[in-house]
Design a protein around this ligand. Structure first.
Ligand code: IPM
Ligand code: MG
Length: 374
């Protein structure tokens, strides 16, 4: 009997819809090559949801997300919605869906494809073979801590307040994910915080160490201040295997790591929740890049990060490792064959459009599949 999975696709804003069209094509070919059927629903999030529903994430959309096997998201945000009240801004839709689905672990692999070594901002020997997994805590910390807000004092001056707060269980559960991932990789975890200035950082360090000592003492663990980690990422990135860190540091370090791989347009991500009693994990997959309003609508966006996000979905939500690897191999082959979108700094005259890149990848998947007899 063929498997059947419900997917909710939220293309969002800016280049989101353009790149997600290419993901649709990849979904179709995977479904035709493997014994699997995807029931796809589409809805809005971010600015496009505001335009349609008056809020950046409608309740009905959230319900659909909760009853799907996985959510695929494009990107949110854009100038058009800059003047909205803070609570209605596109980004709030994204933060809300992460929080409501309790997607506390955000996996951001920074992998440098061999064909992309030259596009990196670092020297080739520093990034050749690079394979880092950043595990970012996604539903806590300063992104959600209270108190928060902007207050006007009696003398008319204003203060802006955000609170970095972490509870034991929030740190432990994301640490576990990092250690589990490390066990399947090079078995090394670096935990990043600022325990030299922040109490929440002290707790972070202690709790990660606790989980290590009690549950994962076969994994090598070291601690690093987040500023040092930012520096080490550009000095000698290959020293890292898995990095686990909080919401804000993870946001920043993953953008930094993405440039090592050649382009922000290459990086996928998976946001995972806890495994429930039916052995099922809520999950959302999205590219690390944003909505890139400056290039939206021009057909030049790189769809690879979104396509690789779907590959992560196959692996982490559907246990379809073979199909997932097929997509990654196809992407690498396409790049090796010299096909590049504008962000990948290929030959300017030969740059592919978003659609052409999607088509090349689909063609490659089909060719590789035929070779493998899948
Ligand atoms: C990311 C983004 C988001 C974040 C924004 C769009 C809210 O930068 O996913 O990295 O800060 O988490
Ligand atoms: Mg970010």
């Amino acid at each position: 009997m063929s498997k059947n999975f419900r997917l909710l696709i939220l293309p969002g804003d800016g280049i989101g819809p353009e790149v997600m069209i290419e993901v649709d094509k990849v979904i179709s070919i995977i479904s035709s090559m493997f014994d699997v059927q995807f029931d796809i629903e589409k809805d809005d999030i971010g600015g496009s949801a505001y335009d349609r529903y008056g809020v950046p994430l409608a309740d009905e959309t959230l319900e659909k997300a909760k009853s799907s096997h996985a959510v695929l998201l494009g990107a949110v945000g854009g100038e058009k919605w800059d003047n909205l009240d803070f609570s209605l801004k596109p980004e709030q839709g994204l933060l809300k869906i992460r929080k409501e689905l309790d997607l506390f672990a955000n996996l951001r692999p920074a992998l440098c494809f061999e064909s992309m070594v030259e596009a990196s901002s670092l020297k080739p020997h520093l990034v050749s073979g690079l394979d880092i997994m950043i595990v970012r805590e996604l539903t806590g910390g300063v992104y959600f801590g209270k108190p928060r807000g902007i207050e006007t004092k009696s003398d008319g001056s204003r203060v802006g307040i955000n609170t970095q707060v972490y509870a034991t269980h929030e740190i432990r559960r994301v640490a576990r994910i990092a250690f589990e991932l490390a066990q399947k990789r090079d078995n090394r975890v670096v935990s990043c915080e600022k325990s030299n200035v922040m109490e929440s950082g002290i707790l972070w360090r202690e709790e990660v160490q606790y989980v290590h000592d009690n549950e994962f003492n076969d994994v090598s663990l070291s601690h690093m201040y987040a500023d040092n980690c930012a520096m080490q990422l550009v000095r000698n990135p290959k020293q890292f295997d898995v990095i686990v860190t909080d919401n804000l540091f993870g946001d920043i370090l993953s953008d930094e790591a993405s440039m090592l791989t050649g382009s922000l347009g290459m990086l996928p991500s998976a946001s995972l929740g806890e495994i429930d009693q039916n052995n099922f994990r809520k999950a959302l997959y999205e590219p690390v890049h944003g909505s890139a309003p400056d290039i939206a609508g021009q057909g030049i966006a790189n769809p690879i990060a979104s396509i690789l996000s779907f590959a992560m979905c196959l692996k982490y939500s559907f246990n379809m490792d073979k199909a997932s690897d097929l997509i990654s191999t196809a992407v690498n082959k396409v790049l090796e064959n010299g096909f590049k979108t504008k962000d990948l700094l290929g030959d300017e005259n030969k740059n592919l459009t978003t659609q052409e890149m999607g088509d090349e990848i689909v063609k490659q998947i089909s060719d590789l599949g035929a070779d493998n007899g899948s």
